[in-house]
Ligand binder design. Structure first.
Ligand SMILES: [Zn+2]
Length: 273
């Protein structure tokens, strides 16, 4: 398992995945925001309860009215802040959606959007993962870049350049945490939320319908596929060959309108997934 409290970097074997699903389900009843450490505690509890009890809990939690969100620490920032992903506990899901927000710490409306999305009811069969603050050090200081002054959305290893991408490709722990999450989950679609350019783009043309669903519900324009050197949304599709969408909100500020617009966008994407 992840004894160091962070996700593994190598592919997880199916038997381990099954065990992980069971212990997450067992932990979910008591753990809402305790993160991986608490989830590991749930694993200990699972051993004591036995597999049959855990299976029953997993089945119970798989029903829509017992849906839960859990917090997972997926990495640690340069200054030691946790990078947290919230996920629904859906051991039986065939599809997954990952939303990454606040890669840039000065886009102040984005993290509240991420938090809002963790209150959206997720349809049966879809496992949702939300990272509200991908750059916690930048968020804490209100800066675009991380604590080493690297623009994380130029640091991904797709057409990386030393001109603006940091010392080496994927040099930053925040970048590495997001890459590991994408590599392990292989989401059905990943949505990267930024501000303030007022459009939605399907980086992967195969998910244009999902990007258009979000754009239409949020009142944003749809733009043809973009490609950003060193960008997380572009690396997800161009390197990992996984569907990816870029959402650009309307301002750099927080507003109730912005938050509710993206909630509608997320709900529309889920309905179209
Ligand atoms: Zn941005």
């Amino acid at each position: 398992m992840c004894g160091d409290g962070e996700l593994r970097t190598e592919p997880i074997p199916e038997r381990v995945l099954t065990r992980r699903r069971l212990f997450l389900a067992a932990a979910a009843g008591a753990v809402m925001t305790g993160g991986v450490a608490a989830a590991e505690g749930g694993f200990d509890q699972l051993r004591g309860d036995g597999l049959a009890t855990a299976r029953k809990r997993a089945e119970r939690l798989a029903t829509p009215d017992r849906r839960r969100w859990e917090a997972h620490r997926i990495g640690t920032s340069v200054e030691g802040r946790p990078i947290v992903a919230h996920r629904t506990v859906r051991p039986d899901s065939r599809k997954s959606v990952l939303v990454v927000a606040a890669v840039h710490g000065d886009e102040r409306g984005v993290a509240p959007v991420g938090v809002e999305l963790t209150t959206v009811p997720i349809p049966t069969g879809i496992d949702a993962w939300i990272v509200p603050v991908a750059n916690p050090d930048g968020w804490a200081r209100g800066s675009r870049n991380n604590a080493r002054d690297v623009d994380l959305n130029r640091n991904f290893p797709w057409w990386w350049t030393r001109a603006d991408g940091g010392p080496t490709p994927a040099s930053e722990p925040e970048t590495q945490a997001l890459m590991t999450l994408v590599e392990q989950l292989r989401p059905t679609v990943t949505v990267w939320i930024h501000q303030p350019y007022e459009y939605v783009s399907a980086v992967d043309p195969s998910v244009e319908h999902l990007a258009r669903a979000w754009a239409g519900a949020a009142g944003l324009a749809y733009e043809p596929p973009i490609a950003q050197h060193g960008g997380g949304e572009t690396w997800t599709y161009k390197t990992m060959r996984l569907p990816s969408i870029l959402v650009e909100g309307t301002t750099r500020d927080t507003s109730a309108d912005e938050t509710s617009a993206h909630r509608r966008g997320f709900e529309a994407l889920l309905a179209a997934l």
